[in-house]
Design a protein around this ligand. Structure first.
Ligand SMILES: N[C@@H](CCC[C@H](N)C(=O)O)C(=O)O
Length: 274
């Protein structure tokens, strides 16, 4: 299978051009390629496929093989791949996802895409603002936001001090979220800056989450804690989020980077069963 490794502020996926390749069992392939010691190493797998309703279609699979409905960092890389590799010949494109059709506006420098602005659509509040929840005996508050996939946003004093490997699963699998949930832990730095770490459904802690940054920004805007444009600072870098309250649409802007390309034999997988 031919692949390209790409990353958006450190949220890295293995991308396959399904205009040319056929991936038979993507859930299994996602688990194989994501493995950081025995595989290529990534937060999951993203397929770039033909679409009947948009310029192309994104299918994204988490590290555990589950299919996600949207991926903010992933969709910027899909746009870059599609433009840089000639699948599309224009910098404004539409991408079909399970979370709806998204519109991308790509900034091109020296013939290659550097940054991408994504119209993430109209976010939906999925909880009270905020809602109380009991996690491992502690009462906390979260704000639930759907931006094509589900998020729960929590405010904490010390983002760096959280042991997410330990506490993350209890948030992801909480009975309040029967489909599991992506959980964001954020601190308001000031009215224009948020700090965030994320525990992603199906992938654990990642260095960034575009949909999570969007949900965190919108939750903070709804609560009146920040202005309608904020920079969200994540482990792997920063994203700019702007909410246009008039139209309801929220926009995410950030970089997309191609790391390397290669070929992997999925029948000979280092002798390891996955
Ligand atoms: N990293 C992503 C989100 C990936 C999907 C998520 N784990 C889910 O299952 O909903 C992003 O950048 O948005």
């Amino acid at each position: 299978m031919k692949f390209t490794k790409m990353q958006g502020i450190g949220n890295d996926y293995v991308y396959v051009n399904c205009f040319e390749e056929n991936v038979e069992d993507p859930a299994r392939v996602a688990k194989l390629v994501s493995e950081r010691h025995f595989g290529i190493g990534s937060d999951g797998l993203i397929l770039i496929c033909p679409s009947d309703v948009a310029d192309c279609r994104m299918r994204m699979f988490n590290e555990d093989g589950s299919e996600g409905s949207m991926c903010g960092n992933g969709i910027r890389c899909v746009g870059k791949y599609a433009y840089d590799h000639g699948i599309v010949d224009k910098p404004q494109i539409s991408v079909e996802t399970l979370g709806g059709i998204k519109y991308l506006d790509m900034q091109v420098e020296d013939g290659k895409v550097k940054t991408v602005k994504v119209d993430m659509g109209v976010p939906q509040l999925t909880s009270e603002l905020p809602e109380k929840i009991q996690v491992e005996g502690k009462t906390l508050e979260f704000t639930g936001i759907d931006v094509g996939n589900p998020h729960a946003v929590y405010y904490v004093d010390n983002v760096d001090g959280l042991d997410l490997e330990k506490i993350g699963p209890a948030f992801e699998m909480h009975e309040r979220f029967p489909d599991r949930v992506n959980s964001e832990f954020i601190r308001v730095i000031d009215r224009k800056h948020l700090q965030m770490r994320v525990w992603e459904r199906g992938s654990g802690e990642t260095w960034a989450c575009g949909t999570g940054a969007t949900a965190s920004a919108v939750a903070s805007m709804m609560l009146g804690l920040v202005d309608d444009t904020v920079e969200v600072q994540l482990i792997g870098g920063n994203l700019e989020i702007t909410w246009d309250r008039e139209s309801g649409h929220v926009y995410m802007t950030g970089p997309a980077v191609e790391v390397f390309s290669g070929e992997i034999d999925l029948t000979q997988y280092n002798g390891r069963e996955v």
